[in-house]
Structure formats: C-alpha cells, structure tokens
Design a protein around this ligand. Structure first.
Ligand code: TXA
Ligand code: MG
Length: 346
C-alpha cells in the first residue's frame, strides 16, 4: 500500500511520462493525462473509447494558470474564478493557439477548472512543482473516468470496474462529495451576449448571476451555429446498461406492481415514495435534498444496474431549479440505457 505522498509522487512521474492516472475530484473521478502532450491525451480517448472530437476539461492547480491555456480572458472569468474556484465550475474560454488542439477536440476553445478535492489539488501542485508536463503548462486533462456514455465513477472501485488495466494508477480519495459533473459555462459567446450554460451542476445559474449580474443563457435556447460539442449534452449519456424509466411519484407503485405481476424484475430508485419492498427486485432510496441526492446518485445507479433487473424505475424529481442538474442526468440516463421492456406506459 502506497502512502499518500508516495502515491502522488508516482502519479506525477507517470503523468510526466505521458501515462494515465485516475484521481478523485469533488465531482467525479477523472482520468488524467498531461494536457499539453497529444500522445498522452490520445491515450485518454482510447481508454475511454471516446470519439477524438469530444473536448476534454483541463484541470489546473490555481486560477493563475488560466493564462497558460486561454487567451482574451474577460474580467467576468476572473470574477467567477474568485467566487467558485477551487470548485465544480468549468469555464470555456478561447484557446491559446500554442496549446495543442488534441485536448480540445480540435476546437479553438478550451474547458478549464481548478478542482477542490484535496487529493486533486495536492496532485496538481506536485505536478506543477515537478515541471508540469510538456512546456511546463501544468494542466491535467481529465474526463470522467468511465467508458464513453456510461455512468461516471464516484469511488475508486468504480474506476477499476470501468477501466481496469487501461489506467496505470488510481489515486483513492474516497467518495466524491458533489457526485455529479461540474457546471460548464461558456464564456465565448461575445457581442455582449450572456455566457451559456452548457451543462448544469452544483454551481447553479442563480449563483452565477449573483457574481456576474446576469443569468446565463441555457444551452437549449442557444442557437449559434457551430456551438461547442459537449458530450454530456448528447441526449444519451450517463447511462446504465439496464433499461431505465422515469416515472411520476403518483404512478410509481402502480407500475411496479404491474411489472411484478408480469414477472418482470424491477429495480427502483426513489426519493419520497417508497413502493412495497416485496414487489421490487432491488431498491435504493436517496435523500430528498438535491445535494444529498446528487452525491449518492451514480453509486446507486451502478448498484441497481448490477442487480440483474429487467428495468430500473426512477421516481421523477420536483421540477424546481434546485433539482435541474440531477434531473438532467436522469433524463440522459433514461435515453442512453438499454431497451426498455413494456412498463405499461403511453
Ligand atoms: O466534473 C467534471 O467536470 C469532471 C471532473 C473529472 O472534472 N470531468 C468531466 O469531464 O465531466 P467529461 O470529459 O466527462 O465532460 C466534460 C465535458 C464534455 O461534455 C466536453 O464536451 C465538455 O466538457 N467540454 C470540454 N471542453 C469543451 C469546450 N472547449 N467546449 C465545449 N465543451 C467542452
Ligand atoms: Mg463524462
């Protein structure tokens, strides 16, 4: 068993050598590589089996390193980093032309964030002290450490399940507290347009508005041609292999009963309504507050996915802004999951 210091030293040596290291962040585990080394970045795409045109987020030790990666940084970017970094907010900014395009999937923008998990920060700082990879840019590219389209890992054991030998080292920092991926805010619309929210997360549009004085435009309303591709914005993402259906609370018990009578094995993820436990094959109840729910969501989905059920039924959540980020993930999970047996719905 490596001590934390020796595990970090080994991780830094691997990153410097262009290899992959998985590490915890406060949101989910990331699969890291030297962001300025195109071969190392290529290894991330192969390990995840992710299409090479999907841009990666670059993790930095501190906000001062923004200038190693981005150009034309607007004042509001600094206001946001001051308010939310280290933390679960990713900023999309124009990419410095000298930054290899591989990391941003060929786009002329770049996604950047400073994570707040102590082990992630310790790794990033040690990496910077050791030279910080190619050109001393000190950035670790890290998508979520899962196979493309699947559920993001929130524990070291999940990373092992997902990626096995494809990753040289997994730093174990326990469970991720936030539990869903960072909020992504695009600061490149220009022409006085408000920033665009590309992916909802723990940092909410309302919190962003208190800092920059304007609510971000939501990506679904953004109409620019050539808007950046966000893999988390694909309709199908974050998905278990078992079919998954979202159901209103009022219909949960009835549908679960009907499935049981039809001889179907049904796994249930609920929050307020508890169906008759004897009618379900597996059951997880999550906290009824959005932060507690998000923190436990992916581990619960993973567990239910392994329960060999025919269908995962998920109780719909309130339609209020506080629940927007988890609702977003559940909708995409429902879209990407396997084909659903008939749940007796319209
Ligand atoms: O919380 C997180 O953000 C985690 C942890 C590990 O930091 N990372 C994460 O990475 O979720 P990933 O690759 O699974 O999702 C990053 C998303 C992708 O959907 C990608 O398309 C988008 O960020 N993205 C990255 N760079 C971008 C850019 N330049 N323009 C638009 N979207 C970008
Ligand atoms: Mg991901």
């Amino acid at each position: 068993m490596l001590t934390e210091a020796s595990a970090i030293a080994r991780a830094v040596a691997l990153l410097q050598a262009g290899q992959l290291v998985a590490f915890p962040t406060e949101t989910v585990y990331g699969l890291g590589a030297d962001a300025a080394n195109p071969e190392a970045v290529g290894r991330i795409f192969s390990a995840k089996r992710r299409p090479a045109d999907h841009p990666l987020i670059v993790h930095l030790p501190a906000d001062g390193y923004l200038e190693h990666w981005a150009r034309d940084i607007p004042t509001l970017a600094w206001e946001l980093t001051e308010a939310f970094w280290p933390g679960p907010l990713t900023l999309i900014l124009p990419r410095l032309p000298s930054v290899p395009a591989a990391v941003s999937g060929g786009q002329d923008t770049i996604g950047l964030r400073v994570p707040s998990h102590p082990l992630a920060l310790a790794l990033l700082r040690a990496y910077a002290s050791a030279g910080g990879g190619r050109g001393g840019r000190c950035g670790i590219a890290a998508p979520s450490a899962n196979r493309f389209g699947r559920i993001s890992p929130t524990e070291a054991a999940h990373v092992r399940e997902e990626l096995g030998d494809a990753v040289s080292l997994i730093l174990d920092g326990g469970r991720c507290a936030v539990g869903i991926e960072s909020t992504i805010l695009d600061l490149t619309p220009g022409n006085g347009r408000p920033p665009r929210l590309l992916r909802p997360g723990r940092v909410t549009p309302e919190e962003i508005a208190t800092v920059i004085g304007v609510l971000p435009e939501s990506a679904s309303r953004a109409t620019d041609e050539g808007s950046p591709r966000v893999s988390g914005s694909l309709a199908a993402h974050y998905a278990p292999a078992t079919p998954l259906r979202l159901l209103p609370s009022a219909r949960l018990a009835e549908v679960v009963d009907r499935l049981q009578q039809a001889g179907r094995h049904c796994a249930v993820l609920c929050c307020s309504q508890l169906p008759d436990p004897s009618a379900v094959h597996a059951l997880r109840r999550l906290p009824a507050d959005p932060c507690g729910y998000a923190s436990a969501l992916y581990a619960a989905l993973r567990e239910l996915d392994q329960a060999a059920a025919d269908l995962i039924v998920v109780e719909e959540l309130p339609g209020t802004p506080a629940w927007a980020a988890v609702t977003d993930r559940l909708r995409r999970a429902a879209c990407g999951a396997g084909r659903s047996p008939d749940a007796g719905e319209r």
